[in-house]
Design a binder for this molecule. Structure first.
Ligand SMILES: Nc1nc2c(ncn2[C@@H]2O[C@H](COP(=O)(O)OP(=O)(O)OP(=O)(O)O)[C@@H](O)[C@H]2O)c(=O)[nH]1
Ligand SMILES: [Mg+2]
Ligand SMILES: [Zn+2]
Length: 232
């Protein structure tokens, strides 16, 4: 992969902060689209739950439940470094190469430090003015942890759509792929075709409206229209 530059990746822990930087479904879907393109199993870990209001957390947790339904495991512990949850994460490392990826400042290095006391990776507080991290981790490094290799990686503040074509984008949404055999047309892009199972599921509330909306936005971006990058 180019972002981060690392090969033979088995799985990714997508580190997503509730706040500082703000939780973004758009960015989350971008990361997932990228990882799907590389056939990398993705799990989502929610950080900074201690800094978010109860109301916001409730909203974020409701969204994350939708991702669980799609098949992405989600860790969203009440206490972010809860030892039971850390043990669950550690248990998934054996015999695999796992990357920690996500926005700058989301807490990737901090979480690895909690998983490996004494490792002491550099971390830094986010810039409040920009509401984002300071690109503290500059290189991608592998650490042998709990029988596997774990990579801390530099975070990004935005993510373009890499290695994907307009026609292939639909294949990066597992819930669309599962429904596609029921679409009338095999090449259905789930946009304006008649008898589309994805649109029917959307209308019935069976797939996440935010994911479908992001799908349409990514399509626009890929079709060369003026790129609109929305954080929320
Ligand atoms: N309150 C709180 N602070 C956290 C949490 N996780 C990380 N932080 C803080 O957030 C800041 C950024 O954390 P880092 O671990 O440096 O973030 P990163 O994802 O490695 O960032 P880059 O290396 O720039 O990609 C640090 O000040 C951490 O102490 C959390 O769950 N709660
Ligand atoms: Mg870091
Ligand atoms: Zn369709």
């Amino acid at each position: 992969m180019v972002r981060p530059p690392v090969a033979n990746v088995d799985q990714a822990l997508l580190i997503t902060s509730a706040v500082e930087p703000d939780f973004s479904l758009n960015l989350l879907d971008r990361f997932l689209v990228y990882l799907e393109g590389h056939a990398i199993h993705a799990e989502i870990y929610l950080t900074k739950t201690d800094l978010a209001s109860a109301k916001l957390l409730e909203k974020i947790r409701a969204s994350l439940t939708g991702y669980r339904v799609i098949g992405y495991p989600v860790f969203a512990p009440e206490h972010v470094f809860n030892s039971t949850v850390l043990k669950q994460v550690q248990a998934s490392f054996a015999d695999k190469l796992t990357i920690f990826t996500g926005q700058t400042g989301s807490g990737k290095s901090t979480l690895i430090n909690h998983l490996v006391p004494g490792l002491d990776l550099a971390t830094a507080s986010i810039s409040r003015a920009l509401n984002r991290g300071r690109h503290t981790t500059r290189t991608t490094d592998l650490y042998p942890i709990h029988g596997g290799l774990v990579a801390d990686t530099p975070g990004f503040s935005s993510l373009g759509l890499l290695d994907v074509t307009l026609a292939d984008l639909r294949d990066r949404f597992p819930e669309f792929v599962a429904l596609a055999p029921n679409c009338k047309f095999r090449g259905c892009q789930h946009v304006s075709e008649p008898h589309c199972a994805v649109k029917a599921a959307l209308a019935a509330g069976k797939i996440m409206a935010s994911r479908y909306k992001n799908y349409l936005q990514f399509r626009e971006e890929l079709s060369g229209k003026r790129p609109v990058y929305k954080k929320k």
